[in-house]
Write a protein that binds this ligand. Structure first.
Ligand SMILES: Cc1cc2nc3c(=O)[nH]c(=O)nc-3n(C[C@H](O)[C@H](O)[C@H](O)COP(=O)(O)O)c2cc1C
Length: 230
């Protein structure tokens, strides 16, 4: 796979193969370009593409709160920072406190920790922040309802991130702001009782060229053929 960025086509889309798109859509944090605004039209196009994703009972329940106003972004970024501060104290959960088995994996974990810490620092300055939401709440309603409610948003939100990658934008699925879900709801006018926030992603043009696939576990370590086996 070439390390050079291919040229955008006439519609501003990178001509990536399906395989390249799926293996190079990374969590972008250190390479977010804070100096370049993101066009509303491109964000809208990414949402249009994302709405092709599956939806339970064919009902579109995903919602995108797209924050580009500098003052609101700053406040939202500060709420993210507050959540990240709590997360950093959680031994065994904070990415920097999880020891990996071998040297290569440990080095990758440490790089990701530096990158995640960095994102928390810069979040208030990111040109666009998208809060992915779903209509409904599912607390205490059991696995089927919870999976169906959240499943109304997850495929579309990941498709949004893939579409952003195709348009030369970096994103990073994050969740630590959810510790402050109510405060974020108040800031953004999201009706907390009727709408669940699922994730938050920075959106920005990225610096540098392209992205590479990373090491992941062997498929056989996560597949259970025919029935679950330890
Ligand atoms: C459910 C979920 C929650 C996540 N929460 C955060 C987060 O709060 N902050 C953050 O910087 N990254 C967060 N991440 C991003 C992961 O750290 C990232 O996907 C992982 O490091 C792999 O990155 P890579 O695909 O670039 O290798 C989250 C990812 C998922 C799927």
């Amino acid at each position: 796979m070439s390390s050079e960025q291919p040229a955008f086509d006439a519609d501003g889309v990178l001509p990536l193969s399906g395989l390249e798109l799926l293996t190079t859509t990374r969590a972008v944090r250190k390479r977010l370009d804070l100096t370049r605004p993101v066009s509303d039209d491109v964000l809208r196009e990414c949402v249009r593409i994302a709405l092709q994703a599956p939806a339970p009972s064919n009902q579109i329940s995903v919602r995108f709160v797209v924050v580009t106003d500098p003052e609101v972004r700053r406040k939202l970024g500060e709420l993210y920072q507050a959540g990240y501060g709590v997360y950093r104290q959680l031994d065994g959960i904070y990415i920097g406190s999880i020891a990996k088995g071998d040297e290569t994996e440990q080095a990758q974990q440490e790089r990701t920790t530096v990158s995640a810490d960095h994102l928390a620092e810069i979040m208030p300055e990111v040109p666009a922040i998208v809060v992915g939401c779903v209509m409904g709440r599912s607390e205490d309603l059991g696995a089927w309802v919870t999976a169906s409610v959240l499943g109304g948003a997850m495929p579309a939100l990941w498709s949004f991130m893939l579409a952003a990658r195709l348009h030369g934008l970096g994103t990073c699925w994050t969740s630590v702001h959810l510790q402050q879900e109510q405060a974020v709801a108040e800031l953004l006018g999201i009706p907390f009782d009727a709408v669940t926030q699922v994730m938050l992603t920075p959106v920005a043009h990225y610096t540098g060229e392209t992205f590479k696939p990373v090491d992941r576990p062997d498929p056989d370590t996560v597949i259970h053929w025919n029935r679950w086996q330890d």
